[in-house]
Every structure is written in structure tokens, then in C-alpha cells.
Design a protein around this ligand. Structure first.
Ligand code: TRP
Length: 345
């Protein structure tokens, strides 16, 4: 049976946190280990630069941090090709070719890009590279002819655009590209994990409310202590609310012992269970989950050359795959100048 091709990617703008873990990393590792897919993960440094071009060092340093996070959670370079976007030259060429297949108006309608533009405060001066990044993302997805792309709902406009580009290309020239399908996690996997400062904010670096995979035990404890609970629950004896109570939201996501969580909720709602006890339990639950990840991360971090070798090897594999697709793309368009017999008039 031939494996389907799976590709996904991340922008390297910092270390990965529990939101990434719940929202995508867990599913990726499971898909990788299923054996059903030929897996690629792209560390999209060029895309990260589209809104961090003033801080290229941050992006470059984050490539390494993200790689450590991947390895720590169990992405295995023997099963998943982990590549750095800027080390796959075909992506840039594919992007230039695809630019002709997308109108400016189409790009300007992308709802994810629109809300990002608003959030980043670009005002009237949106960098061209930023508006174009969905086209470069289509190159990311098509260079390996990905069949499936596990992503969050915010990435659906990118998938739709990629499908349109593939369809246009295949219709205009020759059937070379694959129209990818999005693989949305089920509710549980794609659940947005709130940040530590409350249920209405998602966990994100920019909001400074994240628990990182690399956080040590003391930092983890300190962050759990800062977490929002029920502001009306002043004394342990007061009845408390569990809905919208971040500590319970986290327990729902991470605790294995659902029976115990149910009992704690009951107790909390009746009164008599203090925040301190609930938080202590959450610290234990998260520590159980994060301690092995942290340990593996430290092991890899002790040998940076090994991590860089892994990234180099993965990037070389991806570059080769990209060259192959690019050659097919060019041949379909008759741009394979030196590779075919010419009729000279
Ligand atoms: N745009 C994605 C994000 O912000 C990152 C990304 C880059 C990506 N290239 C990709 C995701 C290719 C899926 C496929 O999270």
C-alpha cells in the first residue's frame, strides 16, 4: 500500500507551548506513529520573517528551539522529515510561478491574513511578503504533493487557496500537483487551550500567558499559581464555579483520572475545596506530562550538533523532493529548457 503524504508546518517565533502540544503536536506524533503517512514537517522560517523581518535572529534562534520541542514530544526524524523552509530552494521558485495563478483581490480576501493584519497593527503599510505568504504556503504544501495537512481551522483559507492553485495549474498546464485535504483534529484535539490568565484568551507567546514545554518544574508551579480561577471563590469554604475556571479547564484537558476531577468539581461547587488544593493537583498532573518531555529536550539540547545534523539531513531530503516537483512543474509549462530536444527554426 502506498502511503499518503502528510505535511504540516510551524512558524518559528519562539519555543512551543502547551497550546501547541494540545492543538497539534500530540496529533502529529500519533499520525506519524500510525505508519499511514509519509510525514513532512516544515519549520517555516521564511514565513515567520514576513512579520518578524526586523528580528531575523529571533526567527533563526527559534528554528533550533522548535526542533528541540519536536524531538522532545516524540517527532522522530526516522519517521518524519523535519526541514527548514529556507533550505528548500524549490519553494521560492514554486512561489514565483504560483503568484500568476492568484489575483491580488483573492489574497486580500483571506480572512486569516486580514485578522492578522489587524492584530499586528501594520496599518496602511502591510509588507508585500506578508500578503503573499499564503502563496508561499501553497508551495510548502505542494512541493511534496501532500495529500493531507493537519491544521487548525484558522489555516483553512490557506488550504482552500492551495487547492485552487493546484487546480488551476493542473487545468492550465498538466496534472502535476495534488489538491490537499485539511485534516482538522476532532474537538478534543483542536480544543483551544486558554492561557493562564483566563478562559477568554488563547495561549500565545505575545499575550505572555503561556506554559512552555521547556519550562522547568519551578516555573511550571509558579505559572499554575498565577492561574485564574473563580474570582468569587474567596475562602475555601465558599461554593465555587468550575465553568470558565482555567484550572479546571486544564484538568479537563490533561488529567487522566477523570473520576477524581469529577469529584473535585463537585466538592468545589459545594464549597470546602480551596484553590490551593486544586492547583497543587494540577501541578502534579502537568508535571507528570511535562517531566519526560523536559528530560528528552535536555538530552537533545546537550548535543546541538546532533540536532543541527538532523535538520540538515531533513532539509536535504525535502530539497530533493522539491527539486523533483519543480522539474515536473517546469516541464508541464515547457520551461525545461535544457532537458528536452529542441526544434531549432
Ligand atoms: N501558517 C502556519 C501557521 O501559522 C504555518 C505553516 C507554514 C504551515 N507552512 C505551512 C502550516 C504548511 C501547514 C502547512 O501556523
Amino acid at each position: 500500500m502506498t502511503q499518503k503524504v502528510l505535511l504540516t508546518g510551524d512558524r518559528p517565533t519562539g519555543r512551543l507551548h502547551l497550546g501547541h502540544y494540545v492543538g497539534s503536536l500530540l496529533a502529529r506524533v500519533r499520525l506519524q506513529n500510525s505508519g499511514d503517512y509519509r510525514c513532512f514537517v516544515l519549520i517555516a522560517d521564511l514565513q515567520a520573517l514576513t512579520d518578524n523581518f526586523k528580528e531575523p535572529r529571533l526567527v533563526a534562534d527559534s528554528v533550533y528551539q522548535v526542533a528541540l520541542d519536536y524531538l522532545a514530544v516524540g517527532l522522530d526524524p526516522a519517521l518524519t522529515t523535519i526541514a527548514i523552509q529556507s533550505r528548500v530552494p524549490a519553494l521560492a521558485e514554486l512561489t514565483v510561478i504560483y503568484m500568476n495563478l492568484v489575483t491580488l483581490a483573492r489574497l486580500q480576501r483571506n480572512p486569516t491574513v486580514k485578522s492578522e493584519i489587524a492584530a499586528k497593527g501594520f496599518g496602511g503599510s502591510v509588507p508585500t511578503g506578508f500578503v503573499l505568504y499564503p502563496i508561499s504556503q501553497a508551495a510548502d504544501i505542494t512541493f511534496c504533493k501532500a495529500d493531507v495537512v493537519p491544521v487548525g481551522a484558522d489555516q483553512l483559507p490557506m488550504l482552500e487557496l492551495t487547492r485552487e492553485i493546484a487546480r488551476s495549474f493542473n487545468t492550465l498546464y498538466a496534472s502535476v500537483l495534488v489538491e490537499p485535504e485539511a485534516l482538522l483534529g476532532d474537538d478534543e484535539q483542536s480544543r483551544r487551550l486558554p492561557g493562564i490568565t483566563g478562559n477568554d484568551t488563547k495561549m500565545s507567546k505575545s499575550l505572555n500567558n503561556a506554559i512552555y514545554l521547556a519550562d522547568d518544574a519551578d516555573t511550571l508551579r509558579a505559572k499554575v499559581w498565577q492561574m485564574f480561577t473563580d474570582p468569587g471563590h474567596l475562602r475555601a469554604s465558599d461554593p465555587g464555579t468550575v465553568e470558565g475556571n482555567t484550572v479546571f479547564t486544564y484538568l479537563d484537558v490533561f488529567a487522566q483520572d477523570t473520576q477524581r476531577v469529577a469529584e473535585m468539581k463537585e466538592h468545589y461547587q459545594h464549597g470546602g475545596l480551596g484553590d490551593v488544593k486544586v492547583k497543587n493537583y494540577l501541578v502534579d498532573v502537568l508535571e507528570d506530562r511535562l517531566a519526560p518531555i523536559r528530560r528528552r529536550r535536555a538530552e537533545f539540547a546537550a548535543d546541538p550538533a546532533l540536532v543541527w545534523d538532523m535538520l540538515r539531513a531533513g532539509s536535504e531530503v525535502a530539497a530533493g523532493v522539491g527539486e523533483q516537483t519543480l522539474a515536473e512543474v517546469k516541464a508541464a509549462m515547457g520551461l525545461d529548457y535544457f532537458g528536452r530536444a529542441h526544434n531549432v527554426l
